[in-house]
Design a protein around this ligand. Structure first.
Ligand code: AMX
Length: 470
């Protein structure tokens, strides 16, 4: 797979900062490209990447990746190695790496806009798509590109405005993304007979259009459902996260804009097997365009065991505070409430993970943000007490393979601190972020000509026959 690089256009001082971190990554190599257009850089990389995949298939094509047991087939295909996802890789103990870079490395080495303390999803998009740490100019070029594509078709605005406020924000979000398919450049090009070698090009265009429009879609839903329905407009002089913060109505607080940068970066990509990523990839494999593919992924993200957990966590904590009658519950009170939840056949939201076996670094990044900006917040203190108590309770219960917190255990408390208290909106924000990861991979899926997905399914009867009739 292609290497993580540092762009040659990086200034000497920032390159010096970047290189030690990247040098630790064995796959580091430098590049001679000075492209400031993301599309041009992706286009330059496609032949190299195709040659690499061809070589890997020629050398190792018939090697075995792992075995599949009957329990794995019944157990949600957990751990089956059957998909390529180059933008990120999840290690059970270390957490996510984006193109080889951990979250702290991304925070440290990717450029930040002037006055910001966090890097941006635009810089991350460059990294995800090229494997390279962008220069400030390259990251800024992505910001400009997205700002220029942000406007929504008026019928999509009307569609969102006509949704009843009782329709869940995630359903409205998915509906709007599906509707924007009207303008899909890939669907049009396919109808006109595009050569399969060129699929990636309109998929790239659709993906950037879609990413650009998501803040206006999401904020319109938020302002309609929870506020006065009035919405600002995109400011071309600021980055994606500041624009998103402005549109939501919290942009005057610089800390909130930084929180948006952090939030949109850390929720973006978590390798390919999770429900939203895999669904986007699966639907895209049928050559459904990026709008249809991502809308399908969003519908998966809306499940309470996946992205909806972020709204569930806050609801669960607030219910706990109300039931106990204090906003500063003790460890003992929290322990009792956890047991009550478990004994009533429910999960403790925000804890456990299908792959991770340690505290999620996305949780830690948010915890560090809270320690810096809101150490005295009572809800943050409760979240910290939960961190002390819940792993012990889940370990004592003895069912979950991972008693540690995941990303969703922390996001709500941060949003709530800055006044964004409407939990039902939280998964929409997760969805805006997730688009950066899954659409990056979707572009590469088409650039590399990946096949339509068709794993083999079995019946219980056929499993019996396989093992009992022999
Ligand atoms: N509370 C109570 N029980 C839990 C638990 C939790 N937080 N996490 C896992 N378990 C239980 C499972 O339900 C399962 O029970 P079962 O054997 O009776 O079916 C058992 O422990 C073993 O599960 P596992 O192998 O450890 O986890 P999994 O891969 O099946 O599920 C996940 C992973 C995330 C769905 C699960 O940990 C869970 O439900 N967590 C709470 C919801 C949540 O936080 N989801 C967000 C995940 C991150 C994300 O996608 N955004």
């Amino acid at each position: 797979m292609f290497a993580l690089r540092s762009s040659s256009t990086t200034s000497v001082s920032s390159a010096n900062k970047i290189i030690p971190a990247l040098a630790a990554l064995a796959r580091f190599k430098s590049t001679t490209s000075s492209a400031t257009s993301l599309k041009k850089r992706v286009q330059e990389l496609i032949p190299e990447k195709n040659a690499e995949v061809k070589e890997v298939k020629q050398k190792y094509g018939d090697r075995v990746l792992g075995e599949t047991t009957v329990n794995m087939a019944y157990g949600g295909m957990r751990g089956i190695k059957g998909m390529i996802w180059d933008t990120s890789l999840l290690d059970a103990n270390e957490g996510i790496r984006f193109r080889g870079m951990s979250i702290p490395e991304v925070q440290q080495n990717l450029p930040k806009p002037k006055g910001a303390s966090e890097t941006t999803p635009e810089a991350l998009l460059w990294l995800l798509l090229t494997g390279e740490v962008p220069t400030e100019a390259q990251a800024r070029s992505v910001t400009d590109e997205l700002n220029s594509r942000a406007a929504l078709p008026s019928f999509v605005e009307d569609l969102i405005d006509r949704c009843p406020s009782t329709l869940h924000p995630m359903s409205q979000f998915s509906l709007a993304v599906n509707a924007m398919q009207h303008d899909s450049r890939f669907a049009k090009a396919y109808n006109e007979g595009i050569n399969r070698k060129d699929y990636w090009d309109p998929v790239f265009e659709d993906s950037l259009d879609l990413l650009a429009k998501l803040p206006l879609v999401a904020a319109r839903i938020y302002r309609n459902v929870f506020k006065d329905g009035k919405l600002g407009s995109i400011d071309n002089s600021v980055d994606y996260s500041q624009n998103f913060a402005n549109l939501l109505g919290y942009g005057e607080n610089r800390e909130f804009a930084d929180l948006m940068r952090l939030y949109l970066v850390i929720h973006s990509d978590h390798e390919g097997g999770n429900v939203s990523a895999h669904t986007t990839h699966l639907v895209g494999s049928a050559l459904s365009d990026p709008y249809l593919s991502f809308a399908a992924g969003l519908n998966g993200l809306a499940g309470p065991l996946h992205g909806l957990a972020n709204q569930e966590v806050l609801r669960w904590i607030i219910n706990m505070q109300e039931e106990i009658g204090t906003d500063t519950p003790t460890e003992e009170q929290i322990r009792d409430y956890c047991w009550k939840t478990l004994n009533s056949g429910r999960v403790v939201p925000g804890y456990g993970h299908a792959v991770l076996r340690k505290t999620d670094p996305r949780y830690m990044a948010q915890r560090e943000f809270a320690q810096k900006h809101l150490p005295e917040d009572n809800l943050f203190k409760t979240v910290s007490t939960l961190y002390k108590v819940v792993p012990g309770v889940l370990t004592e219960q003895g069912k979950t393979k991972n008693p540690w917190p995941n990303v969703d255990a922390h996001s709500g408390v941060l949003l709530r601190h800055y006044g964004l208290v409407e939990q039902d909106f939280y998964t929409v924000m997760f969805g805006v972020s997730r688009a950066f990861g899954v659409l990056s991979q979707l572009i590469w899926d088409r650039a590399l000509g990946f096949s339509i997905e068709r794993p083999k399914s079995l019946t219980t009867e056929s499993i019996r026959q396989m093992f009992e009739n022999k």
